[in-house]
Write a protein that binds this ligand. Sequence first.
Ligand SMILES: [Zn+2]
Length: 100
Amino acid sequence: MIRYSCDICKRDLDPDQDLRYVVRMEVFAAIDPAADDDEDRDHLQEIQDILERMEDTENDQIGEDVFQQLRFDLCPECRKKFLKDPLGRDIAKVFGFSAN
Ligand SMILES: [Zn+2]
């Protein structure tokens, strides 16, 4: 049986009692439309093209710079916290990180 634990507070999630929430994030390089002569071109198609090219080269390093997919399991409490501050901006303030 697969056991899941919350990726934020690390507590084990009991499949019989706890709701488990899955967060999926995709971070990918934005394509600047001005750099393309054909402005009507579908940008999703462009990303698809880039991904296909990357698969050809099998270069994982470049792949992560252009496209990354993340997946997290969260307990109900951490889901609430996550939705209040999905980018961790409050945490950044606490640690005194600069925005620039
Ligand atoms: Zn949690």
